[in-house]
Design a protein around this ligand. Sequence first.
Ligand SMILES: [Zn+2]
Length: 157
Amino acid sequence: MNNRLSWECYALELAEVASKRSEDPFLRVGAVALREDNSVISLGFNGAPPGKTIDWSNRDERRKRVCHAELACLRYCIPGEVKLLAVTLCPCSECIKQIAMYKISKVVFRDYYDKDDFAPKLAKEFGIDLIQINNLTSSPQKETFDSAPYYEFEIID
Ligand SMILES: [Zn+2]
């Protein structure tokens, strides 16, 4: 029995760590991009653009200004070099567009974002595999993702 963490769970754990750097008091999100050889290209978390400040006191106002973790992570990537993007929260539709622009075809996430039902539809349209992994540390995963306990994200129409 191989108890090694899968690369998908490894990336998601790193995303979890990155999210802890976020200063958003309402929602902390982290993202990690892996290359073909599973080395880390970059990490990112949601927050203000570098050198800028956001008033975090109003939940709705801050939403208009905060840069998503995916964007923070992808700014260090070259289109085509990302094999896997791991995000602690299911990407929104805007981020799905970005993900498609970077030619990323596989995204794993932990929590579903129920405020953007269009995102999974758009991911499917763009040929992006959107996979939820919700039991990260409780049971170690096998190295091959195919045999790891995960389920494909279902689109509810
Ligand atoms: Zn987003």
